[in-house]
Ligand binder design. Structure first.
Ligand SMILES: [Zn+2]
Length: 312
């Protein structure tokens, strides 16, 4: 018999999946605006107490703060996108890490996409970055922090790995390693996404102090920037945490699950086709595909996001 002790985690997991994948059974009404158009049109954060609602790829942020476009140790890039907003904890983190960067020979940090003023789904790129707790930081070491607005539209970052995705290239420096290490050790950081080749290099060089490596997570892309994700901040009970890394990866993560990204991921092993079995005829309707972030309507988001959108 399967007791409540066992079914409870299953039910909770099912509930979490329902919460995270949006309420795709709510049909959009004809002409109903998409959530990304509504959130994308907001020019400033809501005048509310800072508060996170939902999950990194399904939610919004109240009381979002704008990262000043230029500071003593940073510049926000691509200002035309108006994505230099975040929860105040992220603004504080960017300031901390950019000061750290100056200790390793960089003028500071170039900051890419953070969040829209009130978060929510975006009209282009990123499924996440919705709750003010994600930030993309350029791999390009800034030499100057007086770039004009136009320069910040045209300048590109640099890739730190080879085109075949297997190794770091000559753009990678020990300073990159030190800055990522400092970011990973920051108490507010939940995880950091980098190209697998970057993590492989860091695993090789880390030495004995390596617990912090667990937070460095391999992911496709992430060779022009690294992506920092913060934990749910205090005072945001409706913020949904991501599965702890310890539950999905062992130790420092410098294992087969990492090398998979430069072996099977790049060269998938051939799958021997199974013998054909007779197709079962079924009358059950196929399940509707969950909507993607760019297709969300307001009903897909936590209900508090309606208030965040409407607030002054
Ligand atoms: Zn990102």
């Amino acid at each position: 018999m399967i007791g409540w002790r066992f079914t409870k985690p299953i039910l909770l997991a099912a509930l979490a999946v329902t919460l995270l994948s949006g309420t795709h059974h709510v049909k959009p009404k004809p002409g109903e605006p998409l959530a990304n158009q509504l959130f994308g049109a907001k020019k400033a954060g809501s005048k509310q107490k800072p508060q996170v609602y939902g999950y990194y790829d399904n939610g919004c942020v109240a009381g979002g703060e704008q990262l000043p476009e230029t500071g003593p140790t940073w510049q926000a890039m691509r200002l035309s996108r108006n994505r230099n907003w975040a929860h105040p904890e992220m603004i504080d983190f960017i300031k901390r890490l950019s000061v750290e960067a100056t200790k390793h020979g960089w003028a500071g940090l170039y900051i890419g996409d953070m969040t829209q003023p009130r978060g929510g789904p975006m009209t282009s790129s990123h499924a996440s970055h919705q709750i003010g707790l994600d930030a993309d930081i350029w791999m390009l070491p800034p030499k100057r922090l007086d770039l004009t607005i136009a320069e910040r539209e045209s300048l590109s970052s640099i890739s730190v790995r080879t085109d075949d995705q297997r190794n770091i290239n000559s753009n990678w420096t020990p300073a990159h390693m030190e800055i990522l290490k400092a970011a990973s050790k920051d108490k507010m950081v939940d995880r950091i996404f980098v190209a697998a080749a970057v993590k492989i290099e860091m695993c090789k060089r880390a030495g004995k102090d390596r617990d912090w490596l667990a937070k460095i997570r391999p992911l496709y892309g992430h060779n022009y920037h690294f992506h920092v994700r913060l934990k749910c901040p205090k005072g945001s009970p409706k913020c949904i945490s991501q599965t702890p890394i310890a539950n999905i990866s062992k130790g420092d993560g410098c294992d087969k699950s990492l090398t998979w990204w430069v072996t099977d991921y790049l060269n998938p092993p051939k799958v021997v086709p199974k013998k054909k079995t007779k197709k079962k005829t079924t009358t059950a309707k196929p399940k509707p595909r969950p909507r993607k972030a760019r297709e969300f309507i307001m009903a897909d988001l936590p209900r508090q996001c309606v208030g965040v959108l409407k607030s002054k």
